[in-house]
Design a protein around this ligand. Structure first.
Ligand code: NDP
Ligand SMILES: O=C1O[C@H](COP(=O)(O)O)[C@@H](O)[C@H](O)[C@H]1O
Length: 498
């Protein structure tokens, strides 16, 4: 692993939710595991007037009471900034000099944009005007939070803007799904095991499903979500990136550009879904009020910040194809939604049936092998195959080989933001999205956005909160069914556990 050089992390949007809930806790975990640079500081920046001490106090809420907490908090500083003119960043620049000089920290800077997206091109411009975006002596990196654009045009425009002020090598577009351990393990599972890769193609695989189910609704983010919806919020970024890892060819080396080149090739091979085919390949839904365990659950349109007549999708299921040598004809299915029966993200590889049913058992289940890669929770891999039940005759039943990450002793699975922050500090962009791939992913989803906008005939199906989404999603798999990962699925509104 590369050495982490001394540096300062500047978080714009430091008074916000993401900083408090994810970024500071991730940094604290890295600190506890002694993975931060020897000399390191965090400078929080946003408009609110806060002292260093007030900023440190806010951090407390999401940090456990560890013996090193007070030492960690001494590394946190805060500077109030405005974003109107170049001069507004002079106090920030001075403060950085002051912190670097006082702590003898080299002036290597990572800037993290955790602000409203409207500032994603404004802040880089002001950094550039203040000479903070480039240095001959020190590194300068920029992490950009999601959403990266709201459609193809805005993503292209944002890339152009960013590249006016920073080089592509300096830009780290975050997709926290790539920071998840099991997504990375996909590469190891595929490319370090002789038994899987030979089967990983159209000859042996019947279909690939990627499900990301959430039991939570939109919570306090109704205002944001109502302008986004599941397609933009989850599919365009996280789930297409995961598809890239499932479908890519072996990279030449495990390095950022080699891996990101392969992901781009997968995206370039997506068969476009034309606007007039959207109803055939894409099902959208919106949760409605229901009663779960005697408790009234509000429908999406009753949530705070949501339009009472909203047609924003809280569920989407889509089928598409990857037109290349490896995947020709294999359906890829993606499904995600809010207020589903449980929280689970998993990849299901369904292998083709045996060519002939020797055991006279026509039950399809037995002839299907499935590999289930659980991204969360209970990270691990499950392999399903047919076994003879003991006794007379040849009765076959499906059994499981199940690996849980939690079985590895002394191993904690690091949170995605820990891994991603550390990678950027080290200068490794492998798990960050590259600009061309982000645009390519937008190209794929844009016809769906267009069709929904222009054709009111395309239905948005209601589904009661706590169910697996509209039943219409089943028609995307004519000769099978989605996997329903709850043990006791009832599809009648009961929450269930894995
Ligand atoms: N929260 C989450 O779980 C996730 C968030 N994200 C993304 O991260 C970004 C931040 O999200 P989140 O923390 O939830 O948002 P919040 O609204 O909680 O925080 C926004 C931050 O930006 C600052 N800010 C707002 N307007 C301005 C402005 N004009 N100039 C300077 N600073 C401003 C705010 O502080 P102040 O008012 O003091 O300036 C605040 O610190 C968003 O783009 C979001 O999409 C991505 C994934 C998950
Ligand atoms: O980016 C987002 O992801 C979360 C789901 O993330 P997970 O790590 O909990 O699976 C989702 O709830 C949110 O709407 C979306 O913006």
């Amino acid at each position: 692993m590369k050495q982490t050089e001394n540096q300062i992390l500047i978080i714009f949007g430091a008074s916000g939710d993401l900083t408090k809930r994810k970024l500071i806790p991730a940094l604290f975990e890295l600190y506890k595991r002694k993975m931060l640079p020897e000399k390191f500081a965090v400078l929080g920046a946003s408009r609110s007037q806060l002292s260093d001490e007030e900023f440190r106090l806010r951090a407390d809420e999401f940090l456990d009471d560890h013996e090193s907490l007070e030492d960690f908090k001494k590394m946190l500083f805060y500077q109030s900034v405005q974003n109107d003119t170049a001069d507004d960043f002079i106090p920030l620049k001075n403060r950085l000099d002051e912190i670097a000089d006082a702590g003898s920290i080299e002036k290597n800077y990572v800037f993290y944009l955790s602000t409203p997206p409207s500032l994603y091109s404004v802040i880089p411009k002001l950094l550039c005007k203040n000479g903070l975006s480039k240095s001959d002596q020190f590194f300068r990196r920029l992490i950009v939070e999601k959403p990266f654009g709201t459609d193809l045009e805005s993503a292209q425009e944002l890339n152009v803007q960013l590249l006016n002020y920073f080089e592509e090598e300096q830009i780290y577009r975050i997709d926290h799904y790539l920071g998840k351990e099991t997504v990375q393990n996909m590469l190891v599972t595929r490319f370090s095991n002789g038994i899987f890769e030979p089967l990983w193609n159209r000859r042996y695989i019947e279909r690939v499903e990627i499900t990301s189910a959430e039991s939570l609704g939109v919570e306090s983010r109704g205002g944001y979500y109502d302008h986004s919806g599941a397609l933009r919020d989850m599919v365009q970024n996280h789930l297409l990136q995961v598809t890239g890892f499932v479908a890519m060819e072996p990279p030449v080396v495990v390095e950022a550009d080699a891996i990101r080149n392969e992901i781009l090739k997968v995206f370039q091979s997506f068969r476009p879904i034309r606007e007039n085919e959207v109803s055939k390949y894409v099902i959208r839904g919106q949760y409605t009020a229901s009663t779960i365990g005697g408790k009234q659950i509000a429908g999406y349109r009753e949530e705070e910040g949501v339009d009472r007549l909203s047609r924003t999708e809280t569920f989407i299921a889509l089928k598409f194809f990857i037109d290349n040598w490896r995947w020709a004809g294999v359906p890829f299915l993606i499904r995600t939604g809010k207020k589903l029966p449980t929280r689970v993200t998993e990849i299901v590889i369904t292998f083709r049936k045996v060519p002939h049913h020797l055991f006279g058992n026509n039950n399809d289940q037995h002839s299907h092998n499935q590999m289930i890669i659980r991204i969360q929770p209970d990270e691990g891999i499950l392999l399903k195959f047919g076994m003879k039940t003991p006794g007379a005759g040849f009765n076959v039943q499906t059994v499981n080989m199940d690996f849980h990450y939690s079985d590895l002793t002394n191993t904690t699975v690091p949170a995605a933001y820990e891994r991603l922050l550390l990678d950027c500090m080290i200068g490794d962009a492998t798990l960050y999205a590259r600009g061309d791939a982000v645009e390519q992913a937008w190209k794929f989803v844009q016809p769906i956005i267009n069709a929904w906008q222009t054709n009111p005939e395309i239905p948005i199906y209601g589904y009661p909160a706590g169910t697996w989404g509209p039943e219409e999603a089943e028609r995307l798999i004519p000769n099978g069914s989605w996997r329903y990962p709850c043990k006791n699925l009832t599809n009648d509104g009961l929450y269930c556990e894995l």
